[in-house]
Write a protein that binds this ligand. Structure first.
Ligand code: NAP
Length: 519
């Protein structure tokens, strides 16, 4: 894909040098060079926007907003439906762009695209009823004779800041409810993976989307800061540390800010589980996108009676997987890291675990593919180890034996994170009961991860895993400002509460309050 050509349509070519960039993207004379993580080859270049560049983009989005809102829900839905169909027709380019900048598997890119299409379809279908004025019933005496309605209005310009692991879903995908609500949007993808987001924004225009409604601000962390300084609301997906910085900045401006942050998702495997299926599920979801997914299984607690057998099954599965550079459909199971410096974190977690007494049953070293780590299974792990407490975000499955359900629940909750969890059991009712004891935003029984691909479901973290969230009807409410309009139906009569006060009317009012509220 010709990333430079996208500058003219979606980004402002205002460039500044950025001395503090790390990782695969490098800034040369104010232009970010985007590199394939597995080969180091430059696969695109994009502007590294400074604060003035971001302000100019947001100003354009602000000018475009009333026209976009003026299209009405049906007009906006029509544009987004055309965009959805074009994304599918041009999927070859879109998948190529996703893979080139991230080195992710064909299957991972395909799933990202499918999620984006489904999200688009969902919001175009449900936005109308969700944005319609909502009559509100009131019960109290003070609401007597008054009719109240809640209306939903766009914030104006929405900022979407996204991470490098699922760049298109977590920038353009999260932009869709905001767009359907009548906001214009400026996305800030990670400097590591900006190309597919730029391509998608170009396709929005090619599908008939009005100019400046969906824009992309490319650059690093400073570009993200500048975006928070300019927009009317911000949705952020990324690490806890950056999330805190974004929330503090948004707090200074008192703009709405929702945060989807990191996770350390536990899987609890009970003795009555179908162990073969549970092992396969834990491996698939522990190694999803090479473990670089916020909701990947990051730690496993297995009842002691079945621990040995379960570990054997997991190791057998992991050993059968093919690690290699990503290619076409079905050729490889695990690829390298999207952001090469992440390999150092994975390596440090495994080293720390081994130094504290963990055993490596398979993997445990860098892979032969550039910027990769071999899929790894650890046992004899405990909560003194980084791999059980900090987000590893790599292909590591640490498995810990537990006495019983109580111990599994206690350890699962012993975390600063609270994104999602899974319970594997032969008894779904028991799984549901355990789910209610887990301090996380989503629990799946005999499954994991796929809930996040369903736009109907709200997704949000507890504890340090976030505030607010995405998905489900709540996301549309979040994309709007709300206004209550109350109209007095009995205009012309003095109100019970109006001045001046008289002893008799006050006593009557008191009696009425007693009858209504005091019994
Ligand atoms: P990150 O380092 O926090 O970066 C996220 C985004 O914020 C990037 O676009 C980054 O730009 C930008 N940024 C950096 N500093 C900023 C600042 N001061 N102000 C505003 N924006 C700033 O996260 P990441 O390493 O890209 O992504 C991995 C993390 O995302 C993991 O913790 C993962 O769990 C989390 N995640 C969460 C979810 C969820 O739904 N809960 C989903 C996916 C990922 P640059 O990259 O250009 O520096």
């Amino acid at each position: 894909m010709d990333a430079v050509s996208t500058k003219d349509t979606t980004t402002e070519a205002r460039l500044t040098a950025s001395p503090d960039l790390t990782g695969v993207a490098t800034s040369v004379g104010g232009t970010l060079l985007v590199r394939a993580p597995d080969t180091g080859e430059v696969v695109g270049e994009v502007p590294d926007l400074d604060a003035a560049g971001v302000a100019a983009l947001v100003a354009r989005a602000r000018t475009a907003q009333p026209g976009w809102a003026g299209l009405g829900v049906d007009g906006r839905a029509e544009v987004i439906e055309r965009f959805r169909r074009l994304l599918w027709r041009r999927r070859g380019e879109v998948l190529h762009s996703m893979q080139a900048e991230s080195g992710k598997l064909y299957e991972d890119a395909l799933r990202d695209l499918a999620m984006l299409l489904d999200v688009a379809h969902y919001w175009t279908r449900v936005a109308g009823p969700l944005l319609a004025d909502e009559p509100l019933r009131t019960r109290g005496l003070m609401g007597f004779g008054r009719r109240s309605v809640r209306t939903f209005e766009p914030h104006g310009v929405f900022g979407m800041i996204g991470p490098w692991n699922l760049p298109v879903v977590l920038s353009i995908g999260d932009a869709l409810p905001a767009l359907m609500a009548g906001n214009t949007v400026v996305c800030k993808p990670s400097e590591v993976t900006p190309l597919a987001t730029l391509l998608a924004a170009d396709l929005f225009v090619a599908a008939g989307g009005p100019p400046d409604v969906l824009l992309v601000a490319t650059g690093g962390g400073r570009t993200g800061e500048a975006l928070v300084d300019q927009v009317d609301a911000v949705h952020f997906t990324g690490s806890v540390a950056t999330g805190r910085a974004v929330a503090a900045r948004a707090g200074q401006r008192l703009i709405p800010c929702s945060l989807e942050l990191g996770g350390k998702d536990p899987a609890i495997v009970l003795a009555d589980a179908d162990l073969k299926r549970a092992a396969r599920g834990v491996v698939s979801y522990g190694l999803l996108v090479g473990g670089q997914a916020c909701i990947a299984v990051e730690r496993v607690y297995v009842q002691r009676d079945v621990h040995e057998r379960f570990v054997e099954l997991v190791v057998e599965q992991v050993r059968s997987l093919r690690l290699g550079p990503a290619g076409g459909p079905g050729v490889v199971d695990v690829a390298g890291m999207i952001h090469p410096p992440q390999v150092d974190i994975v390596e440090a977690h495994v080293r720390d675990a081994v130094e504290r007494g963990a055993r490596v049953l398979t993997g445990g070293r860098r892979g032969s593919v550039e910027a990769s780590y071999e899929p790894t299974v650890l046992t004899d792990v405990d909560h003194t180890m980084r791999c059980m407490r900090e987000e590893t975000f790599g292909p590591v499955i640490p498995i810990m034996a537990v006495r019983d359900v109580d111990e599994a629940v206690r350890l699962a909750n012993d975390s600063e994170y609270g994104l999602a969890a899974s319970v594997w059991t032969g008894d779904p009712a028991r799984g549901r009961a355990i789910a209610r004891r887990l301090q996380v935003g989503t629990v799946t029984v005999n499954d994991a991860v796929m809930h996040a691909a369903l736009p109907e479901l709200p997704m949000g973290g507890w504890k340090a895993s976030g505030l607010g969230g995405r998905g489900g009807p709540d996301a549309m409410r979040w994309a709007c400002r709300q206004r209550v309009v109350q109209v007095l139906r009995l205009a012309g009569h003095p109100d019970l509460y109006w001045l001046p006060y008289r002893p008799r009317s006050t006593r009557n009012l008191e009696r009425l309050f007693g009858l209504l509220y005091g019994r």
